[in-house]
Ligand binder design. Structure first.
Ligand code: HEC
Length: 149
């Protein structure tokens, strides 16, 4: 008998059994924790990638309605700069794109799109469009002259 808690051998046996079960459970949890640590960041990474993908998808349809007529269906340019250009996407941050789309370019056909500036889009929609443009970057064509498509 490992421990003698009482003078009742039956009670001692059941106490030791309960402690053994507890020790096994504790070890199992300790062993599982590194597995959790290894799994958790990749689960979060997957969730983040999924969220960006659905935001880009949403941005794509907002793009077709509001931007494609000048900038091209896939951002390849038209009467307005080609925004799927590698050079453009590398030179502009998300914040710059959002700001520019929000306030527009005075004196040019590029209007202000934010509702804060009299435009039709919410800041969420402008963020979604920016995420869509960013999603083109991986396969963006080499197009240094993107301002004159
Ligand atoms: C009526 C045509 C038109 C529409 C519609 C339009 N744009 Fe533009 N956009 C332009 C023109 C023209 C320019 C270039 C203006 C300049 O540089 O003088 C421009 C410039 C831009 C630029 C800056 C590119 C640079 O030169 O750095 C961005 C970003 C942009 N537009 C995004 C958008 C987005 C996003 C939408 C839809 C929400 C949109 N535009 C809708 C005509 C348009």
């Amino acid at each position: 008998m490992a421990y003698g808690y009482s003078t009742d051998p039956e009670l001692d046996r059941s106490t030791n059994r309960a402690m053994a079960v507890g020790a096994v459970l504790l070890l199992a949890m300790a062993a599982a924790f590194p597995l959790y640590l290894a799994y958790e960041p990749s689960a979060r990474e997957d969730a983040r990638a999924g969220q960006l993908e659905s935001l880009a998808h949403e941005g794509e349809s907002t793009w077709s309605f509001n931007c494609a007529s000048c900038h091209g269906a896939d951002g390849e340019g038209g009467s307005a700069p080609a925004l799927n250009s590698k050079q453009f996407l590398q030179s502009a941050t998300d914040e710059q794109i959002q700001l520019l789309v929000s306030v527009g370019i005075p004196g040019s056909p590029m209007g202000a799109y934010s509702q804060d500036f009299g435009g039709p889009l919410t800041s969420e929609q402008i963020k979604a469009i920016t995420t869509y443009l960013r999603s083109l970057e991986d396969e963006a064509p080499d197009f240094p002259n993107w301002r004159n498509p």
